[in-house]
Design a protein around this ligand. Structure first.
Ligand code: HEC
Ligand code: HEC
Ligand code: HEC
Ligand code: HEC
Length: 394
């Protein structure tokens, strides 16, 4: 377990995030908290760690800040029970601790799961790569040999080469009536694991560089992605990359981008643009930017927040407009706080709230990511004027 966590740490510290998303916590510090706060006693990260809770490197929680917090909130009571059984203290968080921990959990999704070189070998034939590229004694000669990749090539660097050679390669495919290959799930990771294994004659390391999100933000404009895309905003002819369903690791993201090659390169040509070429770590940087910008999730509306606040029973203890009751006056306490601070307060006070709910026979209020995000927006911005509330109530 130590080894795995250390490898991840080395990549995480390379991820400059400061201006790409000022709210983003420090994932390296979060990684240390994951151990220090005892999460690792029950949760593994890709196989390394405890077995009582789900593996958080593989679990279904793969979304924004709000999805992560909602998962922790919804499982709060079950976790607390297990903590009691294991005689562990339920951790509390101060200052930026929860924020850092969430940054770490969010980043776990960024890294590839180890690829399966054997299924990669099968894919190399299935996707017709073998008709143009040789590996060992087998394969065609139309494209360059793919068994001598430089040592230590990361999957993302291979994806970058694939992208850069797109214009010539796709033309060659079309000349032979071959369909441009697309990738789903972990296919691209498996395929690249096979190529890396060939080139390096050793087990390929599982981790890629985390990229530099600040540089990526600049490159997003320089490489003209910004002419067609935004990340949460008004996009051009390409989809909003914040709203888009872009789950999966960074190499899977490269696979998704490649899948759109025919349409995208066509759109670029029709706009008189050349398909951008990436050097060094540039593609990694662009993806780091996109990935980190997606952390905040979609902007929620405050009116929805009021509905959630009432329906989930918060109002029954904290007052109709957060003026307080059995529970403290949230309108005063949480006004202008960041979403991280509010989430931290909710987590820290959950045990006490749970007891009060128990005595009033209220079920633990489960929240979806959307519900949580509108609720937090309400708590940070406060309740709108009375008139709007009356309108809402018809
Ligand atoms: C005593 C064991 C224990 C500890 C300590 C613990 N958890 Fe959990 N956790 C669980 C269990 C069990 C579940 C699944 C609960 C359920 O199924 O409702 C869970 C679920 C989760 C989930 C939801 C996963 C999913 O796939 O939906 C997240 C996120 C999570 N825990 C994060 C954390 C973090 C962060 C910490 C450290 C602050 C932590 N847990 C500490 C036992 C624990
Ligand atoms: C129709 C023939 C053809 C097929 C099929 C094909 N390629 Fe290529 N590939 C080429 C050619 C030609 C080039 C060189 C393009 C250039 O010079 O810009 C190339 C270049 C590449 C490169 C860059 C190599 C380097 O030296 O940087 C990679 C990586 C690559 N292909 C991977 C693949 C993979 C993976 C597949 C299967 C999914 C595939 N290719 C299918 C013809 C093909
Ligand atoms: C000329 C306009 C244009 C430019 C420039 C452009 N794209 Fe696209 N992009 C599109 C279009 C159109 C689609 C949707 C293609 C489709 O429907 O197949 C798309 C799709 C995508 C997708 C898949 C989204 C999804 O929902 O699955 C990703 C990721 C992406 N682009 C990333 C980029 C990046 C990164 C850059 C900069 C290097 C870039 N694009 C530059 C037009 C563009
Ligand atoms: C059964 C009553 C009850 C319900 C229902 C309830 N709370 Fe609480 N809440 C409390 C009490 C009591 C406290 C103070 C707990 C403590 O002192 O640890 C509290 C504390 C809090 C705090 C921390 C305030 C601080 O001082 O830091 C937040 C934030 C909060 N609740 C939000 C919510 C939200 C959001 C909901 C609805 C999903 C909700 N509560 C539902 C009783 C309740």
């Amino acid at each position: 377990m130590k080894r795995l966590l250390i490898v991840a740490l080395a990549s995480l510290t390379a991820a400059a995030t400061a201006t790409a998303n000022p709210d983003f916590g420090d994932p390296a510090r979060g990684q240390r908290l994951f151990v220090a706060k005892g999460c690792v006693q029950c949760h593994a990260v890709r196989g390394a760690g405890g077995r009582i809770g789900p593996d958080l490197g593989r679990s279904g929680v793969k979304g924004s800040f709000y999805e992560l917090v909602a998962a922790m909130w919804n499982h709060s009571s079950a976790m607390e029970e297990k903590m009691k059984e294991s005689r562990l203290l339920r951790p509390k968080f101060v200052k930026d601790e929860l924020s850092d921990l969430l940054a770490f959990l969010y980043f776990l999704n960024y890294f590839d799961e180890p690829g399966d070189a054997r299924s990669g070998k099968a894919l190399f034939a299935e996707k017709h790569c073998i008709e143009c590229h040789a590996i060992g004694k087998e394969g065609g000669k139309i494209g360059p040999r793919l068994d001598a990749l430089p040592r230590g090539s990361s999957p993302l660097q291979i994806a970058q080469n694939l992208w850069n050679h797109g214009p010539v390669m796709v033309a060659a495919m079309r000349a032979r009536d071959l369909q441009v290959p697309t990738f789903k799930g972990n296919e691209i990771v498996d395929l690249f694991a096979y190529l890396r294994h060939q080139g390096q004659r050793q087990n390929a390391r599982a981790f890629t560089s985390a990229g530099n999100a600040d540089r990526g933000r600049r490159l997003f404009a320089e490489k003209s992605c910004a002419r067609c895309h935004t990340v949460f905003g008004k996009s051009g002819i390409g989809p909003d990359l914040g709203e888009a369903e872009l789950r999966g690791s960074v190499t899977q993201l490269a696979g998704t981008m490649w899948n759109h090659w025919p349409v995208m390169s066509g759109a670029m040509q029709s706009m008189g643009m050349r398909v951008p070429v990436f050097h060094g770590e540039e593609l990694a940087d662009v993806f780091a930017y996109v990935f980190i910008s997606r952390y905040d999730g979609k902007a929620p509306t405050r009116a929805e927040g009021q509905i959630v606040y009432t329906h989930k029973g918060c109002a029954s203890c904290h007052g109709e407009r957060g003026e307080g009751g059995i529970g403290p006056p949230l309108a005063k306490i949480t006004a202008h706080e960041s979403k991280e601070e509010i989430a931290q307060r909710m987590w820290n006070h959950a045990p006490e709230m749970s007891i009060r709910m128990g005595t009033r026979r209220m079920p633990w209020p489960r929240l979806s990511a959307e519900e949580l995000s509108s609720l937090i927006r309400l708590l940070t911005e406060g309740w709108p004027e009375q008139a709007t509330v009356a309108q809402k109530a018809h």
